[in-house]
Write a protein that binds this ligand. Structure first.
Ligand SMILES: Cc1cc2nc3c(=O)[nH]c(=O)nc-3n(C[C@H](O)[C@H](O)[C@H](O)COP(=O)(O)O)c2cc1C
Length: 135
């Protein structure tokens, strides 16, 4: 197994998407459950706490060449949990694919994500946006 999917979800869409990719591509699946049921309050959650949680995943991803990240767009940007992941995972030299869900508008998320991945020496392989029809 060469790839791992790490997903963050509040309303479960990204869990379904991640599970589908994992099954289709036979990859490892890992949920980044930042703050359990209070995930939505992560706007108020300290960046340090999110970062600490994200860094713990580094042990799990060391053996994978490709990281697939799935998560929602919040406030026209990737949710804070996704930013915390891309900022704190050791993605040096790894191929990174991202798959986001949104309901209306994802602003300049593609640029934000591209610079985050490149800043951390990862290789941008794909950035996809899936519009969800119903909440
Ligand atoms: C706090 C919050 C902010 C959101 N902001 C946006 C937004 O700016 N643009 C948009 O298209 N959708 C926005 N949405 C809708 C989410 O993108 C949508 O609920 C999400 O993609 C569903 O994924 P999930 O089920 O995995 O949580 C927002 C949702 C929440 C909860």
């Amino acid at each position: 197994m060469d790839s791992i999917i790490i997903y963050f979800t509040l309303l479960v869409h990204n869990r379904h998407i991640a599970e589908e990719i994992a099954e289709r591509e036979n990859c490892e699946l890992l949920e980044f459950a930042a703050g359990s049921i209070f995930r939505v309050f992560q706007y108020l959650m300290g960046k340090k706490r999110l970062a600490k949680k994200a860094k713990k995943i580094n042990v799990d991803i060391a053996n994978y060449n490709e990281i697939i990240i799935c998560g929602p767009i919040w406030g026209g940007k990737p949710a804070p949990a996704i930013k915390a992941l891309l900022d704190n995972l050791d993605i040096t030299g790894k191929k990174v694919r991202c798959c986001f869900t949104y309901s209306q508008d994802y602003g300049n998320s593609e640029d934000i994500i591209t610079s985050l991945i490149q800043k951390n020496s990862g290789i941008v392989k794909e950035i996809k946006f899936n519009k969800i029809s119903k909440e």
